[in-house]
Ligand binder design. Sequence first.
Ligand SMILES: C[S@@+](CC[C@H](N)C(=O)[O-])C[C@H]1O[C@@H](n2cnc3c(N)ncnc32)[C@H](O)[C@@H]1O
Length: 483
Amino acid sequence: MEKGKKTYKQSQNSCLGKRAYPKFSHHNKVQLPEGVAPFTHITRNERSGRKQIKKKDEDIAVCECKLDPCKTELACGERCLNVLTNTECTPGYCPCGSYCKNQRFQKSEYAKTKLFKTEGRGWGLLADENIQAGNFIIEYCGEVISSEEAKLRSHTYEAQGLRDAYIISLNANYYIDATKKGSLGRFINHSCQPNCETRKWTVLGETRVGIFATQDISVGTELAYDYNFEWYGGINVRCLCGAPNCSIFLGAKSQGFQEHNHVWEDGDDRYTVDEFPLYDSAEDEPLDKVKATDSTIRETLITLKTGDSGLKNNSFGYKYKSFSGSAGARAVDIVKSEVKGGQNAIAVSGPKINDDLNNGLVTASAKRPAKRIPNRKQKLSGRKQVNGKRVAQLFSSKKVQDELIRCEEERSLAATKLESVYDEIRPAIEQHERDSLDSLPTNVAEKWIEASCSKLKADFDLYFAVVKNVVCPPPTNEPNPDS
Ligand SMILES: C[S@@+](CC[C@H](N)C(=O)[O-])C[C@H]1O[C@@H](n2cnc3c(N)ncnc32)[C@H](O)[C@@H]1O
C-alpha cells in the first residue's frame, strides 16, 4: 500500500461523466413508527469536545486500485488493499476518485431496513430488501465515551428504569452509547443464531463499527447479531431469541456483563428468572444460583473470584446486607438493591470495590482485563523484586558478590530507562487512546519493546547469576583480594 500519495487527478475518459461528492448530513431525518421512544438520529459518531483528527499525508493509506473507466462499478472492490484491511479510502487520495466504492461509512451507504415491533424484545430492525452475505448493512452510531463514562451512564440508565441497553464497546477504552443519539443500528436485537455481525473499520483514522450480513438475508427477515463481546451494561436480560443454542442471557460473555451486577424485574419475561443459573462469563463456571424470593428485595449470593485486583483471598461470598470474607471484606461495600413492585425503577445493586483497591469501579467479576501500557508504571514500581545487592551479601565469595552487585546495577539502570521511556511515550499512548485507535505507532511500540526487553534481560542475568552461584559455587580457595 502506498503511503503519502498526493491527490489523484482523474484521467479524462469518455466512459466517465462528471461527478461531485454528495454532501451528507450527519443528522438525517428518519421516519419513526409511532411508539418508538424519541432519540436523535445521527449517521456519524459524536465525540464530545474532540475535533476530527486530520491525518498527515504520509499516514493516509492509499490503495493501488486502477480505475477501469468502463467498469466503474468495480472501483475499490473486494481486492482493494484498503478493503482487505478494513480501512475506508480517503476522498481526494483514492486512485478511483469519486467512483471509489470503499467509502460506505462515510457516505452512509446503508441497506434498506425497517423498524418493526417484536414480541417481547421491544423494537427490532428487519431487512427491507434482499441483502447479500458480506454486505454492509448499517453503522452502529452513537456518542463515543470513555469506559468510566460508560459505567456511569449505564448505572444512571438503570436507575432511570431504561430497559433497553444501547452501549457497545468500541475498543478497550471506549464505548459507543446510542441511547440518546444513534443510527437505526441501535434497534438491531441480539440472537444466539445471528444473521449479521459487527465489524470494526478504520474511517479517516477513526475506528467505527458497522453491521454486516454474515449470510444472505431475504427481505422481511429480522436482522440480529450476537451481542457477546460488544454489549455493555444494562441489567441482565433473559434472551428471547428462541435459538436452540440460546445462551440464556444477553451478552453473557461480554466484558460489560462480567463487570456488572444485575437484578431482574417482575412482570416482564425478559427479567423473570426462575431457576436459571448465572454463569461467570470470565471462566464459564456456574456460580451460585440467583434467587428471587421477595418482590421488593432480592437476595443474591454470588461468589466473587479475585484476579489481580489486589485482594489476597481468592474468593468470598456475600449477600445483600451481609457478607463473609476476610481480606476482601474490608473493601467491599454492599449496595442495596430495591426493585419497586409494579414500577420499572431499579436501583443498581452490587458489590462496590473501594477506590484504593479498584479505582472505585463497580464490578461483579474481579477478573480484570489485561493491563495496557499506561498502567505499566504502577505495576513496575509496585512489584516485589529480588534485590541483587542484598542477595550478594548471602554469598561469602567476593567474586560472586561483585558479580551480583554488577547485575543489580545493570538491572536498576534498565528499570530507570524503562520508566523514562514510559514517560516519553505516554503522551503518544494517551493520544491514541483518546482517538480510539487500537494500535500504537510503530516507533512508540518499538521503543517500549526495546526498553522492556533490556529490563527483562537484566532481570534474567541477575537471576541466572544467583542460580548459577548456588548450583555451582566457585571454589572456596579463591585468593582473598584484600590480603
Ligand atoms: C440495542 S437495543 C435493541 C433495540 C430494542 N429492542 C429497542 O426496542 O430499542 C438492546 C435491547 O433490546 C432488548 N433485546 C435485544 N435482543 C433481545 C433478545 N434476544 N431477547 C430479549 N431482549 C432483547 C434488550 O432489552 C436489550 O437491552
